[in-house]
Design a protein around this ligand. Structure first.
Ligand code: NAD
Length: 293
């Protein structure tokens, strides 16, 4: 019997790569329901699987901010069961907090937080009834530690951590495992897709000069981090496979060990001061030159 996997956000990036990898399994172990908000974007996925996977891949429309769309997709799963749910869809938001509109902030929380939670909600009764299940969530370093100019994104990803950790405790009693695959920077469309305050934006022009200069420095830092440390989606997929193939999966998997040292100042000084100092130094002192106040 095939393992039925439903993945959100498969038109690009991590979701696409994971769908392709599982649908191309030589033993045809998986039946993948690759879902995406906009079916017009399915060509990229189809190109990657080259039409060879009729019995291992189905593409479904699913907008995770639309409950009707989530339930429709769920009801289209022919096997009437999902063994593994992968909540992967998400969007970024970058820029000074004062430059963000309420509508934009709401949109980020709608997708990353409520979208993820309502997807899980829709599949829980089925998993509980079948007596087993896996819920894998694409997590982010931004869900584990604060990052300047990413306040709302981090808020959404921290919130996902809270929801998943809470669920994981309960779902033990139903043989349902929840795992977060915590990613650092990954080479995907994420940076292109994220909403970012750009130099010409009027909302950014209204922000004070000191913040704008720090934002410039942050963007340079961010560019450097992506250049030096970004992983390919295949690296992320390997970690997903570890979690999928483990008989007793961990709650958190880290895709990039290089980023782990950053969590130690958080844990060693629980008042938070050390993390904030360390991070500020790392981000705002480019070329060893500290930003002058
Ligand atoms: P991506 O932009 O290529 O993929 C995100 C996908 O989510 C896109 O296909 C997009 O269409 C989809 N999506 C957005 N809103 C949606 C909605 N309402 N309904 C359904 N789908 C929707 O970027 P990615 O890097 O592959 O992102 C996947 C996940 O990885 C996200 O949750 C992101 O937060 C997380 N992540 C990415 C990075 C990174 O550096 N790329 C780092 C840490 C975590």
């Amino acid at each position: 019997e095939q393992t039925v996997v439903l993945i959100t956000g498969c038109s690009s990036g991590i979701g696409l790569s994971l769908a392709v990898r599982l649908a191309s399994d030589p033993a045809k172990m998986y039946k993948v329901y690759a879902t995406m908000r906009n079916l017009a974007k399915k060509e990229r996925l189809l190109d990657c699987v080259k039409g060879l996977h009729k019995d291992t891949l189905d593409i479904l429309q699913m907008d995770i901010t639309d409950q009707g769309s989530i339930l429709d997709a769920r009801d289209r799963v022919r096997e009437k069961r999902v063994n593994i749910l992968v909540c992967n869809a998400g969007v970024g938001l970058m820029g000074p907090l004062e430059a963000q509109s309420l509508a934009t902030m709401r949109q980020i929380l709608e997708v990353n937080l409520l979208g993820t939670i309502s997807t899980i909600q829709a599949f829980l009764p089925g998993m509980k009834a079948q007596g087993h299940g896996r819920i894998l969530v694409t997590g982010s370093i931004g869900g584990l530690q604060g990052l300047p100019f990413n306040e709302v994104y981090c808020a959404s990803k921290f919130a996902v951590e809270g929801a998943c950790e809470s669920l994981a405790i309960l779902l033990q009693h139903f043989n349902i495992h929840v795992s977060l695959i915590e990613c650092g920077p990954v080479n995907t469309d994420f940076l292109d897709n994220l909403q970012r305050a750009e130099p010409g934006d009027s909302s950014l022009q209204q922000v004070d000069a000191h913040t704008r200069s720090l934002y410039d420095t942050y963007l340079q830092h961010c560019g450097m981090v992506f250049q030096n440390a970004a992983q390919d989606t295949e690296d992320i997929v390997k970690v997903f496979l570890d979690a999928i193939q483990s008989s007793n999966p961990a709650f958190r998997y880290y895709t990039n060990n290089a980023l782990l040292p950053l969590s130690s100042p958080k844990i060693s000084a629980l008042d938070g001061s050390q993390y904030i100092r360390t991070m500020s130094k790392i981000i705002f002192s480019t070329n060893g030159k500290e930003e002058q106040k």
